[in-house]
Design a binder for this molecule. Structure first.
Ligand code: T5A
Ligand code: NA
Length: 210
């Protein structure tokens, strides 16, 4: 695992999963852990609601505005593109980025609405490719029992079932799947093991391409 050394590229670690799968809980642990090991690390999340594009996304997710399915898809992608150069700079200077949701969310959630999957992937091409994708695997029914569920647009059981199905078609060799129904501590142990297996795959240049 790279990080904290300006001569080597920082790792891009992505956490994915259904809504309420526990990504935020695990990414904050991971950040503390990596910093404790002396690495330079940062925790990011998409959507990044702090930008102008992010505010449009946030308003859509909280049902305060309506957008065509294609339009919101491209906004999610644009929200990653507007962070691309900062991402590249951080990675190049040796910072490990822990990213809560990335291109896989973009494709899984939009294709679950019925949009063509290849069309969904296209705007993601050229973004930095993750070194490791940790998928927190939870049954949609279990996620729905967790706190705060139902507040945002996509937090509907039937829709999350479709998203789970779409995620299944996206995983490749960079994915590590962890059972997210376990207690937080057990998930954390598996996550630590996955990080140990995270090799530098920085020659991969884009998500979805081998
Ligand atoms: N989206 C996103 C797109 O459609 N396209 C895109 O390109 C992108 C990037 C964004 C929404 O936008 C969609 C996907 C989403 O629908 P978000 O802001 O990322 O939403 O929201 P969530 O993913 O839903 O984030 P949450 O913070 O709600 O869920 P997390 O981070 O997965 O879960 P976490 O850690 O906050 O935990 C949720 C609850 O469960 C408990 C926690 O204490 C908390 O109460 N919990 C556990 N309980 C029992 N056992 C465990 N192991 C637990 N782990 C956590
Ligand atoms: Na959510």
């Amino acid at each position: 695992l790279n990080g904290g050394n300006s001569e080597s590229r920082g790792a891009l670690i992505v956490l994915e999963g259904l809504d309420r799968s526990g990504k935020t809980s695990q990414s904050s642990r991971l950040l503390t852990y990596l910093e404790g090991l002396g690495h330079s690390a940062e925790s990011w999340r998409f959507p990044d609601r702090s930008t102008n594009v992010g505010q449009m996304i946030s308003s859509y997710l909280s049902n305060k505005s309506q957008l065509d399915d294609h339009t919101i898809h491209l906004l999610f992608s644009a929200n990653r593109w507007e962070k691309r150069s900062l991402m590249e700079t951080k990675l190049k200077t040796g910072t490990i980025l822990i990213v809560d949701r990335y291109s896989y969310s973009g494709v899984a959630f939009s294709s679950a609405k019925g949009l063509d999957i290849e069309w969904c992937k296209a705007p993601e091409i050229g973004l930095p490719a993750p070194d490791l994708v940790v998928f927190l695997d939870i049954q949609p029914e279990k996620a729905a029992e967790r706190g705060g569920y139902g507040a945002e647009r996509y937090e509907q059981l039937e829709f999350q079932r479709k998203v789970a199905h779409c995620y299944q078609s996206l995983h490749d060799a960079s994915w590590k799947i962890i059972d997210a129904c376990q207690p937080i501590e057990d998930i954390w142990k598996h996550l630590q093991e996955s990080i140990g297996l995270c090799h530098d795959m920085s020659e991969r240049q884009t998500p979805f391409l081998p």
